[in-house]
Design a protein around this ligand. Sequence first.
Ligand code: ATP
Length: 514
Amino acid sequence: MIANDAEKFKKVISHAKEYGYIFQSSEIYDGLSAVYDYGPYGALLKNNIKEYWWKAMVQMHENIVGLDSAILMHPTTWKASGHVDAFSDPLIDNKDSKKRYRADVLIEEFLAKQDEKIDKEVEKAKKRFENFDETMFRTTNGRVLEIAAKREAVHTRFVKALNDNNLDELKQIIIDCEIVDPISGTRNWTDVRQFNLMFSTSFGAASDSSDVVYLRPETAQGIFVNFLNVQKTTRQKIPFGIAQIGKAFRNEIVARQFIFRMREFEQMEMQFFVRPGEEMNYYNYWKKTRMLWHRALGTDASMLQFHDHDKVAHYANAAVDIEFKFPFGFKELEGIHSRTNFDLSRHTEFSGKKLQYFDPELNENYIPYVVETSIGCDRMFLAMMCNAYDEEGVGEETRVVLRLPAILAPIKVAVLPLIKKDGLPEKAMEIFNTLKFNHQCYYEEKDSIGKRYRRMDAIGTPYCITVDHQTLEDNTVTIRERDSMQQERIAIADVLQIVNAKVDINTVLKQLAD
Ligand code: ATP
């Protein structure tokens, strides 16, 4: 059984490897830090996540179109976007452990600890008093107020330091809060420095500095530089969106927590172009719509929350994260940003090409404003794995089951002959060969049926079909459902319809349209 969140996370990581979801990149050479490969089931799950996102965006909106732009872009792109000058994180080293940290993350973790302290006080008091009034306690208890006041003071300093880009003050906060390195346990810190997160490489045969190109740190810029191409060729009118899924690269300072923070990852981004002044309406619309997308998968409301940014990026006038409750706490899963007309204006300035839109209703030209939704495909994958992983006692045994939403499950249905003889494998293969046109299926004849069921539970397969001797007589099979483990005898002719009903992506998409 799972003792706590930390143990759960460890289990999810080893499960992902053991069952062919995720492998460390170049593992035979001891791996490459924060780079991962997706195994056979991982690749399927990831594709299903992308399909759900793409359909929800592109197929379900008459005014959103897709794009697949290149990873390598003209280097001026990144000067214009501000990434060359400003895409950096404040780093700090501990001189004893020689470990590197993000200064802002150390302070954020300190703030989160203060919240935990308050929660603990509340929990203690709850046990002590009958008719406990939590709001009253939080607003009047001396100890709670003391911790909250300290937290608030640090938070205010932190936000100001971030906004002023004041690296000395960030260090001072770390010193004043007596934050220690979790490894060495010491407070022997270096100064805070900015570190640019973009990977660079050289372009073409000659290698002088003028040939430096970057691996894109976000997919969005590919959308902005193609704004006119897409708008003209698709004849879209504002408001309209451009969506794309693709790789992004960031030389992250601290790459921990498995696929949560990777150096090579995949983003699903949509830029929505609107009239200046209308951006906040669409910002609120996309906040709501994106939360609905997550909830339609059946994720419990308590696992998701909005979090407004303390510091908005250099290009934004409003920003909110959708956070998911990972085993290591609520963390960003998706960002929704009102990016103003910053990017299109800057590309206009640097390229000399007018990235404008002629609005026939207003009879005027303007640079559109942009609302962006940006979600990491890998983070979504991790959220779904953590949400799905479960262990339950079945008789004497423990069953590990991945309760993935059926539309995301890598394998939809397994076809299993009860035994490996008497014509059962041939009959099972026949069924497999009819179902495979509609669904990703699985066939296995090795091991006992019980073991094969457990394996399918661990992979998250919603249905197992078992072919036995009776099948040969009356063309019926048993169908076993993953979560309830209920088995039912049904006609082979009905299998497809039952599986279809459960794994149909349209039923989920319809929830978004209602
Ligand atoms: P963080 O604060 O966690 O570094 P961010 O605010 O820099 O993230 P954005 O630039 O808003 O992230 O990127 C949009 C989305 O891309 C994030 O919500 C996240 O899901 C994903 N993402 C960003 N960086 C990484 C990474 N290093 N590994 C995996 N996914 C990432």
